[in-house]
Design a protein around this ligand. Structure first.
Ligand SMILES: Nc1ncnc2c1ncn2[C@@H]1O[C@H](COP(=O)(O)OP(=O)(O)OP(=O)(O)O)[C@@H](O)[C@H]1O
Length: 411
């Protein structure tokens, strides 16, 4: 099947040489049964390519199972992939088939493969080498015939160097590397993709078609698209649904595209929207600090409970809580290092309780952080150009948790 036919069949939009090259490699490797490691930024189309490979292979009538390794908790991943025997761990009331058993004769797509724990990597290597595996809680060797397509948006070799990914597994998976180019390396495809998505969404929502002014096209093309095709699709949908004027100007487009620091967008962003962004930035920072305070407060309360309610001892032993919680507050002389929090009573207005009350207010406000969570995550991802590792660090959560939240919140 030639490149154009593949594009038509799988709904792939784009004409850039880099994209065409990736399609060529996928179609050449598809019938060989070799393992493929697909690399590419978030949202660039790795899963789409895994489907192409499966569908153009002799296994096309077999199962195709996509597993998001980053979203499955470490404690259950072996059982999900390889199955388990009844009673092999608390809660294993029944024996369960794993994906490798279910996909026998087909293909497994292991997305975010770099997130696999080392123990699971050893099991995976065994399957790749001999097709053999053990169910969790069993010593009976099982056999399966599954093709593995793995994908990652991080540099797996870097993980190898840091001892987080097995080198032998890396080479075994990477028999054929397939790189999906990010949108900023195929700018000529951006407008094409936008037009296709906008037309599809106009159909779906029965809204009139969109026309882009030249400056709007230029802005779309110059934007860096850290979330790649997925982000472009989301923005096309938003514009399609929200934009009243179907003749979309550059200024209108700017309302949908995140502001880029050191932006190379061709239009000057007017001063009001710039100010808005700055205010929003400050708000995010405040919310983020409040979330950190919440965590510190929770730790502090837990410590106090563990110490039978002896607040003074806990505070004296843990000055870091006070430093963190009261970093922006000038404490009264003599109380910088330790003070007791008394039970607040309606008439008790002493200075210690003022602090307590002050914090209680903040805690109350910070409850709304649940609603702000998705905004914060988006903001962190934008700030770190879609790099989940750094966004997770900034948010103070693990990369795995961030990954789960992105899926949960449908970001
Ligand atoms: N060239 C393309 N033409 C049309 N649609 C595309 C193209 N590439 C990707 N898409 C669409 O973009 C979205 C994201 O693609 P996909 O899920 O394959 O990305 P991914 O790289 O696997 O993402 P992640 O890193 O989050 O796992 C999907 O809706 C997919 O259909």
């Amino acid at each position: 099947m030639d490149t154009q036919n593949i594009k038509q069949r799988f709904g792939i939009i784009g004409n850039s040489p880099l994209l065409n090259r990736a399609i060529d490699i996928a179609s050449q490797v598809a019938p060989t049964d070799m393992s493929v490691l697909i690399t590419g930024e978030s949202g660039s189309g790795k899963e789409v390519f895994s489907h192409i490979i499966h569908q153009l292979s002799a296994r096309k009538h077999g199962a195709f199972i996509a597993v998001n390794c980053g979203a499955i908790p470490e404690g259950t991943i072996d059982s999900e992939l390889f199955g388990h025997e009844k009673g092999s761990f608390t809660g294993a009331h029944e024996a369960r088939k794993g994906y490798f058993e279910v996909a026998n004769g087909g293909t497994i797509f292991l997305d975010e493969v770099a997130e696999l724990p080392l123990g699971t990597q050893a099991r995976l290597l065994r399957i790749l080498e001999s097709g053999e595996y053990l169910r969790v809680g069993s010593s009976k060797v099982q056999k399966t015939d599954v093709r593995i397509i793995a994908a990652t948006n991080v540099d797996v070799y870097n993980r190898v160097k840091n001892g987080k990914f097995r080198e032998d597994l890396y080479y075994r998976l990477n028999t054929v590397p397939l790189r999906i180019p990010p949108l900023h390396e195929r700018k000529e495809d951006i407008y094409l993709l936008f037009r296709k998505f906008a037309a599809d969404f106009s159909d779906k929502y029965r809204s009139p078609g969109l026309q882009l002014e030249p400056d709007a096209i230029q802005i779309l093309t110059n934007y860096s698209w850290p979330g790649n095709v997925r982000q472009l699709k989301n923005i096309a949908e938003q514009i399609c649904v929200l934009e009243k004027d179907r003749n979309v100007t550059g200024q209108a487009i700017l309302n949908y595209i995140p502001n880029e620091a050191g932006s190379n967008l061709p239009m000057a962003i007017n001063s009001t929207s710039k100010e808005d962004f700055t205010e929003r930035d400050i708000l995010y920072k405040v919310l983020f600090d409040m979330k950190k305070d919440m965590v510190e407060l929770k730790k502090l309360v837990a410590e106090i409970i563990q110490h039978g309610g002896n607040t003074a001892t806990v505070l004296a032993d843990n000055p870091q809580y006070i430093n963190q919680l009261y970093r922006d507050v000038e404490l009264p002389v003599g109380q910088e290092h330790a003070f007791t929090i008394q039970q607040p009573t309606p008439n008790n207005n002493n200075s210690n309780n003022d602090y307590f009350a002050h914090d209680a207010e903040e805690v109350e406000e910070s409850l709304s952080l649940v609603d702000k969570e998705s905004d914060l995550i988006k903001k962190a991802l934008k700030k770190h150009k879609g790099k989940r590792k750094f966004a997770a660090q900034e948010l103070g959560i693990s990369e795995r948790t961030l990954y789960r939240k992105i899926k949960e919140l449908n970001l």
